[in-house]
Design a protein around this ligand. Structure first.
Ligand SMILES: [Zn+2]
Length: 201
């Protein structure tokens, strides 16, 4: 009765230890991915889908695995490594929004999670031109800042403080940025997203 303690009971119909667990995916092991980066046929990043959705696409020949995890899913007749990145077999036309939605996470990502004023760890969003002075809540006026700098700056302008920005805040562009507002970025997606290693979401 002794079994290897792999933690996997896939393919074994007997045990009813965990009826709440979804039946398609095996017992997740460390490193199992739950999200998959979906690329267009042209390798352009499209969106993030659940790994289960990606597996369905692959099994339906609508996508092919580009990068896979070590974990293997056992379906009725096939075994498939859990895909980390998949590419559609046919090109789909997708209308792109002209601008990246402005969000706290997206600003933190653009600014590398660091305060633009002191280089410390960013914990807040600062309006370069204070809103009380007509500053807008737009990409070119919003930066990541630490609490201390934000508090010190308050409603003053950079000129009044003698502070300077390392570079003007810019609106991020590109397909990769559309994926950042709502997801943690798997390191294995980076080469497809055209992101530097140091940037984390
Ligand atoms: Zn700071």
């Amino acid at each position: 009765m002794l079994r290897a303690a792999s933690g996997s009971t896939a393919g074994h119909p007997g045990p009813r230890r965990d009826p709440s667990r979804p039946s398609v995916l095996p017992v997740p092991s460390p490193g199992t991915t739950s999200a998959t980066l979906l690329l267009n046929a042209t390798f352009e990043p499209l969106c993030v889908v659940s790994s289960r959705r990606a597996i369905v696409l692959v099994l339906a020949d609508k996508a092919v695995p580009v990068d896979s995890a070590a974990d293997v899913v056992h379906a009725a007749t096939v075994s498939l490594a859990v895909p980390v990145v998949v590419r559609l077999t046919r090109y789909v036309r997708v209308p792109y929004p002209s601008s990246v939605p402005l969000s706290r996470r997206a600003v933190f990502t653009r600014d590398g999670q660091t305060c633009v004023y002191c280089g410390g760890s960013a914990t807040s969003i600062d309006h370069v031109v204070p809103r009380s002075r007509g500053g807008t809540h737009t990409w070119d006026n919003v930066v990541a800042a630490c609490r201390r700098c934000n508090h010190t700056k308050a409603d003053r302008s950079l000129a009044e403080l003698g502070w300077a920005l390392p570079h003007p805040p810019r609106t991020p562009t590109g397909a990769a940025w559309r994926l950042l507002g709502h997801r943690t970025v798997d390191p294995r997606w980076r080469e497809w997203l055209g992101m530097p290693e140091s940037v984390s979401a």
